[in-house]
Design a protein around this ligand. Structure first.
Ligand code: CUA
Length: 158
């Protein structure tokens, strides 16, 4: 079978791009821990502000020392607005929304959750570098979307 020279070039170029893009997915998954979300857990958005763990969001430390940050993303604030956690220890974030779709992105890290009403989004991460991290909502949620932000303060271990 005779294949035109330019067609052959383009076939190799397309194959090269496939290899490159697949390699980029594998590389970011291995080096940057960038994975698709796998946590599915539902919650009733109409009652979560009157009953259950999301009534009083905040940082909880279990008797065995595990840290969980329970949060709500809602018009147009993260509750709690400021989260204080220690560096060098795994922290589990559990976050949901009582109203519309929001985002939860900790700038400068690979923490980036979609917060959908009816679902609990969860991620566990360890902050190695103490400091103040900006949290932004990266899903358009209404007129004051651009004002919706929070802070994660990572404190150096004593
Ligand atoms: Cu919340 Cu945008």
């Amino acid at each position: 079978m005779q294949v035109e020279r330019y067609e052959r070039y383009w076939m190799w170029a397309a194959t090269g791009m496939l290899v490159l893009f697949t390699g980029a997915i594998v590389a970011t998954a291995l080096a940057g821990s960038v994975h698709p979300p796998s946590h599915v857990e539902t919650v009733d958005p109409e009652t979560l502000t009157v009953t259950g763990e999301f009534v009083s969001p905040g940082v909880m430390t279990a008797p065995d020392g595990r840290i969980t940050v329970v949060m709500r993303a809602e018009f147009y604030v993260f509750r709690p607005t400021v989260v204080r956690i220690p560096a060098g220890r795994p922290v589990r974030f559990r976050i949901t929304s009582p109203d519309v779709l929001h985002g939860f992105q900790i700038v400068g890290t690979n923490v980036n959750l979609t917060v959908a009403p009816g679902y609990v989004s969860e991620v566990t991460t360890t902050f190695d570098t103490p400091g103040e991290y900006l949290v932004v909502c990266n899903e358009y949620c209404g007129l004051a979307h651009h004002l919706m932000q929070g802070t994660v303060i990572v404190e150096a271990a004593p």
